[in-house]
Design a protein around this ligand. Structure first.
Ligand code: GTR
Length: 423
């Protein structure tokens, strides 16, 4: 068997931990690469001003990501179907106005619906800016708040290895509170809205049938076409529906909404913010490969790893770039630039080598030229900063000590970023 084929087969079969151990982590072995130029039009000609970027180049890059990477998403529904289920003006010890909202993602009552948990500063005199976050687990994990009803969550049965929906228990309440820092957010005068990505499509191979993608199939269709959305596209679409709701909430200042996601949901935040310009800020926490990291560096996670472990995340066309990162007509600075001229925050963690921290930094640094067209300063340096030294203005970056996670330090920086941009 050819060596290359054998290696590919091993990689496909190897569990993630094995793939992570085999990855390239030696900076001296990162190949030389040339990035496709975000500022050169397909068909030739240089982009020299904001108008050409917005009218001509941005749509070209968006179309590339739509067909080659994340897949096309359906249009928004004609009318948002939602109910505000519960309102409590004295939640979290009186700090928060809490709302629990159900957003119906399809037309039929049995179609998937998502719950949005909204905390706003209690007693605010005017509508508040909000961080909209996507969560890996139910909304009751966000805070230790007995007022949030427990629901069901997707878990993998240890014996049978089959995914099943099980009811959450009291010990799940507030289980991811350290990742949300709701008190810090409220103290800064902002709100936090969170939905569980599993409500939209559970995150496993075969999870599609429980999610929203089949609602949009043509009669007889059973799989998305090669250029139709993967799960990331579905989660991103749902984040836009959460934004539809936030626009209707009189306590929310919808011109000041920051979309936040960690890891695979950081990739999702970038893709959602690229398509939906209503988000004033996009925050990609440790989004790694397929997110902020430059694919051509080949450091840490590779395109093949993504497509073998998580074939449901991206579209069919993305599979053709396995081991062919140098052939991509795009790379992460182009994805990041789709946020311009709005606020963009890219963050890394030192021990998260799988996500390629330097590649994430260089993604943001190389994208910054697009902000310059709008007279805005992006990262402002090509020199990677040390730990705990955020750099940049409208595009900002930090690397903190520690592992792949979301911490209080990360949130302190995001809050400061919102303060700087929204003052
Ligand atoms: C990893 C995956 C990464 C990242 C991460 C996460 O297993 O390889 O791309 O998305 O999961 O979402 O936690």
């Amino acid at each position: 068997m050819p060596k290359r084929l054998l290696a590919a087969l091993i990689l496909c079969a190897a569990p993630l931990a094995g793939q992570q151990a085999q990855a390239l982590y030696d900076e001296s072995r990162v190949p030389a690469y040339t990035l496709p130029d975000a500022l050169t039009l397909t068909g030739g000609g240089k982009v020299r001003d904001a108008k050409t970027w917005t009218a001509r180049r941005r749509p070209q890059i968006l179309a590339l990501y739509r067909t080659e990477v994340f897949g096309r998403s359906p249009a928004p529904p004609a009318r948002l179907n939602y109910e505000v289920e519960a309102v409590d003006g004295g939640a979290l010890g009186g700090k928060a106005l809490r709302k629990i909202v159900t957003i119906r993602l399809g037309a039929k009552p049995e179609d998937p619906k998502m719950n949005l948990l909204v905390y706003l500063p209690a007693g605010a005199k005017k509508p508040s800016g909000v961080f909209l976050g996507m969560s890996f687990a139910g909304i009751w994990t966000v805070a230790n708040d007995a007022g949030v009803p427990l629901g069901g969550q997707w878990v993998r049965n240890r014996e049978t290895r089959v995914w099943e929906k099980q009811p959450a228990t009291e010990k799940d309440r507030g289980a991811s509170a350290s990742r949300w820092q709701v008190e810090k957010i409220l103290d800064a005068g902002y709100g936090l809205a969170v939905f569980d990505y599993g409500d939209v499509e559970p995150d496993f191979v075969g999870g599609m049938k429980y999610g929203i993608r089949p609602l949009f199939f043509k009669p007889g269709q059973t799989e998305p076409a090669a250029d139709e959305w993967g799960a990331i596209g579905a989660w991103a679409w749902a984040a836009s529906r959460a934004m539809d709701y936030l626009e209707k909430d009189p306590n929310v200042d919808a011109r000041h909404v920051a979309l936040f996601g960690h890891s695979r949901l950081g990739k999702t935040a970038l893709w959602c913010g690229a398509q939906d310009t209503r988000f004033a800020i996009v925050i990609a926490n440790e989004s790694g490969e397929g997110g902020a990291a430059i694919s051509r560096r080949l450091y840490g996670e590779r395109t093949r790893n993504l497509n073998s472990s998580f074939p449901h995340w991206f579209d069919g066309n993305f599979k053709k770039y396995n081991d062919r990162e140098d052939q991509m007509p795009f790379d992460s600075p182009m994805l990041l630039a789709l946020t311009a001229p709005r606020g963009l925050y890219v963050a890394s963690a030192e021990e998260d080598r799988w996500s390629d921290p330097k590649g994430e930094f260089l993604g943001a640094a190389n994208a910054s030229a697009v902000w310059a067209l709008f007279g805005k300063q992006g990262i402002g340096t090509m020199e990677m900063p040390g730990l705990h030294q955020p750099v940049g203005q409208t595009v900002r970056y930090h690397i903190r000590a520690g592992k792949h996670d979301v911490t209080a330090y990360d949130w302190e920086q995001y809050i400061q970023f919102a303060r700087d941009l929204w003052k």
